[in-house]
Structure formats: C-alpha cells, structure tokens
Design a protein around this ligand. Structure first.
Ligand SMILES: [Cu+2]
Length: 64
C-alpha cells in the first residue's frame, strides 16, 4: 500500500536521508519518496502506518 505523511521537522537532505533510512529499517523493501519543499513523504510498503510513524518519531522527527 502507499502511505503519505508529512514530516514537518525535515529541513535538509540529511534529514530526508535519516527518514528514508529509518523507514527502510522498518521495511527494507519499501520505496520512499520525499519532497523536501512540501515535507511530504510517500512510502510504498507492506509495513503498517503506525509502525513507520513510530520509527520516524523515535528517530527524532515530527510526523503528522
Ligand atoms: Cu536536515
């Protein structure tokens, strides 16, 4: 399924990379697309939205 969420704390490429790696730690087969200008993160994954949001929050980012 495709999930879409906003990670409002991302400000640069390093943040985007952190978020991407965090999501891939939850589901290595996921596809992550990040638009830094809108802070929208799209994830094609088998993992649950809750699991991904919790992992992003645990990495120190703010997810809506
Ligand atoms: Cu950053």
């Amino acid at each position: 399924m495709t999930l879409e969420m906003k990670v409002t704390s991302m400000v640069c490429e390093v943040c985007a990379k952190t978020v991407t790696n965090t999501i891939k730690n939850v589901d290595a087969g996921s596809e992550v697309t990040i638009d830094l200008s809108t802070k929208v993160v799209q994830v094609e994954t088998q993992a649950s939205e809750t699991a991904i949001k919790e992992a992003i929050a645990a990495a120190g980012h703010t997810v809506e």
